[in-house]
Ligand binder design. Sequence first.
Ligand code: ADP
Ligand code: MG
Length: 701
Amino acid sequence: MSRYLSNPIEYLKGVGPQKGDLLKKELSIFSYDDLLRYYPYRYIDRTKFYKVNEVDSDLQYIQIKGTLTGTQMVGQGRAMRLVSGIRDETGTMELVWFQGAQYVSKALKPGQEYVVFGKPTVFNGKYNMAHPEMELVTQVDPEKLTGYQPMYNTTEKVKQKGFDNKSLGKLVKTLMEGLGEQDIPEILPPRIVQQYQFMSRYDAMLNIHFPADNKSLDRALARLKFEEFFTIQVKLLGLKNHRQTQRGGYVLEKIDNYFDTFYKKYLRFELTNAQKRVTKEIRRDVLTGKQMNRLVQGDVGSGKTIVALMTMLMAIDNGFQAAMMAPTEILAQQHFNTLTDYVGDLGPRVDLLTGSVKGKERKLILQDLKEGKIDILIGTHALIEDTVQFANIGFVVIDEQHRFGVAQRAALWEKNDRPPHILVMTATPIPRTLAMTLYGDLDISVIDELPPGRKPIQTLHYFESKRLALFGFMKQQIALGRQIYIVYPMIKENEKLDYQNLMEGYESITRAFPLPDYKVSVVHGQMKSADKDAEMQRFARGETQIMVATTVIEVGVNVPNASVMIIESAERFGLSQLHQLRGRVGRGAEQSYCILMTGNKLSTDARIRCNTMVETNDGFVISEVDLKLRGPGDLEGTQQSGLLDLKLADIGKDGNILQEARFAATQLLTDDPKLQKPENLPFRQYLASHYKHSQDWSVIS
Ligand code: ADP
Ligand code: MG
């Protein structure tokens, strides 16, 4: 970084120590460089003025010119607010301030001409603007009215201390005036700049703050987004290369004992083509002499467990131990049950180690493990702790719900000189672009086919008004011998309310489905784990027909006879969770149903979520929609990965740029794996400074 840009922010003209502290604390702007990369979140076209009668709810930020009407304080206490209006020849729109009302009311001059900007919203059937920015027409800088004005995120605190959007813009302007081209040198390899006809880095920085025009803004965005993705991809692919070239891996050559016997005699069904393909991909990996790092993606029910088992058998055939890690104890227990059932009397010893295995039993398992008597150990993440010692671990399966970030995985791989082969399985599909980033250092396999004979689950969306019809349908299904889940949302912030909701639901169900004809189970988070299990077992044995539960059943027991999943207040669930819950049914031979119950008023997003569920059973499609709706930041596990620290690029919307960046990164590393060519040095240096804080996985720098 240039000397100019590394200056502390308080040195900038117009900042000083006090305001400097505020910028540091509130906006994390510590240096000139931080301010330079404090990009606007949107731009206002200052050449366009809207009329009051043109305002509609689709509009983002707009500006209106007119006369300020009188101001008035309305409401009491916390509801107190300042109300005013802006009037032009087509009408008057209300303006409102909830915070700093006193201060604003003193500053405003009713009767004067103003330019107002903000985002119109609908309130009580009328348009208004909350906390608009105001400028007296006489004070508007005419130069500004010719182009785009940047809008910067601020906080209320910063605003009250006099740092609104306008003054932030001014600071950036001051910063830019002292900035020369030498302060923002090119970092991308020249060949890439040329190939994509990128704007220079310096021009991109100028235009991202003060776009000359629409086209320049687009070009600046395209370049800077590419740069963000490219940096991550070079890092990830570098990690991958490093492992593949520097690290030996065990060769698992033999498959003539457990693997073959299992395949020929114990496998109860024909593998799907997708399962066969993925097993072959893994087989190929473990013969190369390099450490395998592979991600297997597959929808709920696509049969990932059997693939995990068969590949673990390859390791055992070659004299190694294998381990399988699950994110929760319940899941670990479930894997243990499934795997012991699959292997039957074939022979390898399978054990379970979780937090609830204690005392003598635990000691014995640890001892046997160390002596190599255990072949497959199943457990939670605790398996990789130092106290758990294997005789010769050769293969690790991580069954996760994207909770393990790249950093943690890297830490795991760093444990040994010769690390075990690693197979990561996702619990639900994730979009391709997200996988490329979250798991960009892994090879990816996809099981894109469900075992044959499954009837697609039929999904219906009912409003509350159809509850009677729903009860009728439930009775029909029970008469056919089927069982039913009813799931209530879990409210983390308010467990009491959560419990109350569930219990009210339970009571209304027992009224509609009374004894002795009907028996209803209930399971919730406040029950003891033994009671929960007992109640689940009762349902699994078919002693009760209805299971009322919170989302604890998401990872619960497998009940093939349950063919109806009713999700209450479905609007409160995320898409991937809805899909996961739906996956609880459709496991038997019967036609299964998923019914989404919602109130009549739905937000646009909730409506899209329900419609998507009704329209498709494809987990990959669902994950794409989910990513678009929520953005990657809200998806589970993406936060801690540290990889998605993207300022401009958006994995959901900029997938094509990401693909290009990955492609370019691959080319670069093929041509110059260690970035030693002179033309690549600037980028290598940039990469080193960019990742200097993430030591855990800075294998290359
Ligand atoms: P997931 O991918 O969700 O972990 P599982 O491994 O739990 O899926 O498999 C779901 C169910 O499908 C299990 O009951 C399993 O035994 C069964 N199954 C897996 N593969 C096949 C197959 N090729 N043919 C028939 N049934 C299969
Ligand atoms: Mg599974």
